[in-house]
Ligand binder design. Structure first.
Ligand code: MGD
Ligand code: MGD
Ligand code: MO
Length: 651
């Protein structure tokens, strides 16, 4: 007899801007199917192609079901009490001997839910440990937009219904934000045009009416070219410029510094393409720009983002329903930020996330004694993997909280097995929309797996601050969402399904007042001259490592990799090097080399090679072994796409 199936509303916590509302269909103590929640106003019942594989991953025999301790190089099973007693002892010992800064807390992007704030508070109660500065993800764009508008605010995705033109600028929602597709497809049905600006024919080309294959890292010149055309034709929004903007003359001079032909050469888009883009921003208004993370991943990414912001401004698209230059949302925004506990101690040391390997290795006063890594796979996902691995090996005690023995676990001493998203209670905000969604334990965690929240509560029982800290998940959640409750959200409603943050704007900046120091929009006044990337000659290709449609970063089922990483190259370029479609090659950069299988793509730029991010090193992939660990000039982001590489045929 088959078990009755019930549906529990949950929210996807994969590191994706969609944060989709899902229904977990449960039979007995197992989730047997995930479907899209039709009541979620953003994903509207849709489900991405990765979701069916989540269940295969979470119920895979490779999932770790008990705490593990490394002994003489091999993992051995230990009890939770043994594991947490030892961890508590190591933490206390590190604080006593070298001070709390000898502990590194490394929180990744695998699960950024409300209760993670409480985990961070644990380390602040400990005295304030070394934490991370900067980010592997969106820091550059956040900082750039904040210079122009004041702290970043984006148009609600539901505002896309007012757009006549949608520009996907360095963003690939068909692969990386499937939860938005219902809105993009609706807009198209209504007659809106979609433009794609991307060096490669990404999956999102299927949505696009026009595709500009810009040279990587040169979008500032493309945006300036479009601006120059608008200014030359006298089509700029003069009222917005004079009443709402600073730096107008400097910006006009900047747009005229180069001829349209020079700008076309710099970004490698011919003049008619630039003119068509300019017209899309003016005649095609309202024009909604969705800026992607593709623009962040450059040293000068802030100039690229700011040049697009400025194009939105002079074309009269800022503060306009259906317009805007939108990039992301604050996933921690809805919660009480005081609960992180930053104020509980004097300012403490931070390590740059983009250079985590060298930061650990160079730390002297004090050196790192204990590293606690949660929901992250830095050995695979941070740049310069070999250095990150070496750095973790130099730390006497490394704790990894995850579900699988991935590349980072290979360098850990203690592994604590965690619950999957639908096995715990929590709340989930999004970096791609304005809704907060529930997580309810639809099924129990398998084996001895526990939520990170549970683990930290149990660990804290071993510390003198347990009294104030150890509470139920419900007690902590009520404290965390106090700002939402004060805005009139009802506690019970949060558990029924997605709730919109009440004061989040549909169209930000409608009144023309910005959150900059003087209330005016800041046009950028300068861009760095168009010199070529470092190592251009020795390493002729731009190496782009975007997210693949089938996986979320390094979240894979171990053993599911199927051979070496695939590297896509322009067909003519591969042929010139004598590399057949499917042929082996070596990908080399200034920091490393790896073997790849080359795939021909007749539509790719000749100066670009593409390798999907996230394949594991131990499966022979791990593209971050060849990506140097740099930091962006503004926003402490990670310029992954600035990497240059060479490709050689292998016999
Ligand atoms: N080459 C290259 N590298 C990149 C990028 C790039 O463009 N190119 N992009 C970067 C970007 S944008 C990002 S955000 C980073 C991501 O960097 P990371 O966060 O380090 O990498 P992920 O692969 O997302 O790993 C998330 C981990 O969290 C675990 N996890 C998932 N759910 C839970 C949970 O409930 N509890 C616990 N404890 N763990 C959980 C998953 O199993 C997974 O191992 O990677 C960056 N790396
Ligand atoms: N399926 C899937 N979904 C994901 C992820 C994943 O790995 N897989 N990752 C998640 C994460 S961590 C994040 S941060 C988001 C990121 O989501 P996206 O914003 O889509 O970011 P990327 O995939 O890094 O890059 C987007 C596009 O930028 C293009 N690009 C590269 N260089 C340039 C350039 O110089 N100019 C322009 N105009 N375009 C350029 C790339 O070719 C790519 O198609 O997606 C999330 N969603
Ligand atoms: Mo990201």
């Amino acid at each position: 007899m088959s078990l009755p199936v019930r549906a529990v509303p949950v929210t996807c916590t994969r590191d994706c801007p969609s944060a989709c509302g899902l229904l977990a269909h449960v039979a007995g103590d197992r989730v047997v199917r995930l479907t899209g929640n039709p009541d979620h106003p953003v994903n509207r019942g849709t489900l991405c192609r990765k979701a069916p594989a989540f269940l295969r991953r979470f119920y895979s025999p490779e999932r770790v079901l008990t705490p593990l301790r490394r002994r003489n190089g091999a993992w051995a099973r230990v009890s939770w009490d043994e594991a947490l007693d030892e961890l508590a002892e190591k933490l206390k010992d590190a604080v006593a001997r070298h001070g709390p800064e000898s502990i590194l807390y490394y929180m990744g992007f695998g699960e950024r839910t409300a209760l993670k704030i409480v985990n961070a508070r644990f380390f602040n109660l400990l005295g304030g440990v070394t934490t991370l500065a900067g980010t592997l993800c969106g820091g550059t764009g956040y900082a750039a937009q904040s210079l122009d508008f004041g702290p970043r605010v984006s148009h609600d995705p539901l505002d896309l219904q007012n757009a006549r033109t949608i520009v996907l600028w360095g963003r690939n929602p068909v692969a990386t934000q499937p939860g938005l597709l219902a809105h993009l497809r609706d807009a198209k049905k209504r007659g809106a045009r979609v433009l794609l600006i991307d060096p490669r024919r990404s999956e999102s080309v299927t949505l696009a009416d026009m595709h500009l294959r810009v040279r990587p890292g040169r979008d500032a010149f493309l945006a300036l070219g479009a601006a120059r055309h608008i200014l030359d034709a006298g089509l700029e929004d003069r009222e917005f410029l004079s009443r709402r903007c600073d730096n107008v003359e400097a910006y006009r001079a900047l747009a005229r510094r180069y001829t349209l032909e020079e700008l076309a050469t710099a970004c490698d888009i011919a003049v008619p393409g630039i003119v068509a883009l300019a017209e899309a921003y003016v005649a095609g208004r309202p024009t909604a720009t969705l800026l992607g993370w593709g623009l962040h991943r450059f040293t000068l990414g802030h100039e690229m983002v700011r040049a697009v912001d400025a194009l939105g401004a002079i074309s009269g698209n800022i503060g306009l329903p259906g317009g805007g230059v939108s990039q992301g949302f604050e996933e921690w925004g809805p919660y009480d930020s005081g609960l992180w506990g930053e104020g509980l101690h004097p300012p403490r040391r931070t390590f740059l996330m983009p250079q985590i390997g060298r930061e650990i290795l160079e730390a002297k006063d004090p050196p790192v004694a204990v590293a606690v890594i949660t929901a992250a796979n830095p050995v695979c996902m941070a740049p310069n993997s070999d250095l990150v691995a070496k750095a973790l090996d130099s730390v006497p005690f490394v704790v990894d909280m995850n579900l699988f023995l991935d590349d980072t676990a290979d360098h850990a001493d203690l592994f604590l097995p965690c619950a999957a998203f639908f096995e715990q209670r929590d709340l989930v905000a999004s970096f791609g929309h304005n809704h907060v969604g529930p997580l309810s334990p639809a099924a129990p965690p398998p084996g001895e797996c526990r939520s990170q929240f549970d683990i930290f509560m149990d660990l804290a029982r071993r510390f003198p601050f347990a009294g104030d800290f150890v509470k139920s998940d419900e007690d902590w959640l009520r404290l965390l969402i106090r700002p939402l409750l004060e805005k009139g959200v009802a506690w019970d409603d949060l558990w029924r399904g997605p709730v919109r943050i009440p004061d989040a704007p549909m169209t930000p900046w409608r009144d023309g007042t910005f959150a900059t120091p003087n209330g005016r929009f800041q046009l950028l006044a300068d861009v760095t001259g168009c010199s070529d990337c470092r190592h251009g000659a020795r390493y002729p290709y731009h190496l782009l490592t975007p997210g693949g449609a089938g996986h979320l970063c390094s979240e894979r089922v171990p053993g599911d990799h199927g051979g070496p990483a695939q590297l896509t190259m322009a067909t003519d370029e591969a042929t010139r090097l004598g590399i057949a479609d499917g042929g082996p090659a070596r990908l080399t950069s200034e920091v490393g080399a790896m073997e790849v299988v080359v795939r021909h793509d007749p539509g790719l730029r000749a100066d670009v090679v593409v390798c999907e991010r996230g394949g594991w090193i131990k499966a022979g992939q791990g593209v971050n072994r060849v990506i140097p660990d740099m930091v962006s000039a503004v926003g402490q982001g990670t310029p992954y796409y600035e990497a240059r590489a060479d490709v050689e045929k292998l016999p």
